[in-house]
Design a protein around this ligand. Structure first.
Ligand code: ATP
Length: 296
């Protein structure tokens, strides 16, 4: 199985502050990877390191087997749409497509023109006069028509209306199915990530908290509800992600690959959003201490 992104002890420091720390990942190719985390967690930093816009302070990163932006061949393999979906205000939509064709050896003009037509964008319109969402669609069109092996999108749907967001994600899935494209996209919308991604990375406080197959993640997390008890009495294999207690009852979100055998627990399946929120709300320093503990 080939690897889209491999990092080893990767870290990035801006002046005195670490934006990404000790990040070790092995993300398989051919997947749609969701990258989630709270504001300032380090998502854009990781994506900018992957495209070579930033250099690591620590550790290493390899993308599709090469060093980010090492040469023209590497640049051609990776498409990137940055968070602010940059376009050139003084250039028209058609100018952007012409520029895409000039700069990208694998450029697919048919995809580009069909997408612009489908979106109803006037090819003569200057990018500076497009709405924020239309500019985002133009930038995304350039990213898709470049026909990269790996498309990296930093919050691609943030400025799109709900229908445009749904259609864009469908287009993306189509490109993945048709061209075997790998995608890494950051988003604050867990429901979108759940709909299209089959691999999830969660970054919290500049550290990777989850990096796993979506199916494996859902299978290994459980909600346990039962009589109030101390989390330190749980079996060693059960990592407590969050815990809440009332006078008589305890509810836990635990991660384990083993079956839950204790009959005093009622076991249910948390949603992906429940799992992500439990990780986002706190940070653990040991295996058995909960990330989030609430007393009522
Ligand atoms: N150019 C920079 N100079 C100094 N600090 C920076 C710079 N870029 C980012 N940071 C800091 O690094 C940390 C991580 O920022 P980053 O943009 O990677 O987070 P993020 O997870 O993408 O956030 P968001 O969801 O808000 O876009 C933040 O604390 C941010 O203030």
């Amino acid at each position: 199985m080939s690897t889209a992104i491999r990092t080893e002890g990767l870290g990035k420091k801006y002046r005195r502050r670490w934006a990404l720390t000790d990040c070790t990942l092995d993300v398989p190719a051919g997947r749609v990877v969701g990258l989630v985390g709270p504001n300032g967690a380090g998502k854009s930093t990781l994506l900018n390191l992957a495209v070579g816009m930033l250099a690591p302070t620590d550790g290493s990163i390899e993308v599709l087997g090469g060093r980010p932006a090492q040469d023209a061949a590497q640049l051609a393999k990776v498409g990137f749409v940055a968070q602010d979906t940059p376009t050139y205000a003084g250039l028209s939509v058609a100018d952007h497509l012409r520029m895409g064709a000039r700069l990208n050896p694998g450029w697919d003009d048919t995809i580009a023109r069909e997408r612009i037509e489908h979106l109803g964008l006037d090819p003569k319109m200057k990018a500076g006069r497009l709405s924020g969402g239309q500019r985002a669609q133009l930038a995304l069109t350039l990213g898709i028509a470049k026909r990269p092996e790996l498309l990296i999108l930093d919050e691609p749907v943030a400025s799109l209306d709900p229908l445009a967001r749904r259609e864009f994600l469908q287009d993306l899935m189509g490109a993945v199915a048709e061209h075997g494209l790998s995608v890494v996209l950051s988003s604050h919308l867990v429901s979108d990530v759940e709909r299209v991604c089959d691999y999830l990375i969660v970054l919290v406080d500049s550290r990777v908290r989850i990096a796993d197959d979506m199916e494996a993640l859902l299978a290994s997390h459980h909600r346990l509800t039962g009589p109030r008890r101390d989390t330190s009495t749980l079996p060693a294999d059960q990592q407590v992600i969050s815990a809440s207690h009332t006078d008589r009852q305890t509810t836990l979100l635990v991660r384990t690959d083993q079956p839950i055998l204790d009959p005093s627990w009622t076991v249910s399946q948390p949603s992906l959003e429940d799992i992500v929120l439990a990780y986002l709300r706190g940070s653990t320093t040991s295996d058995t201490r909960p990330a989030l503990e609430v007393l009522r």
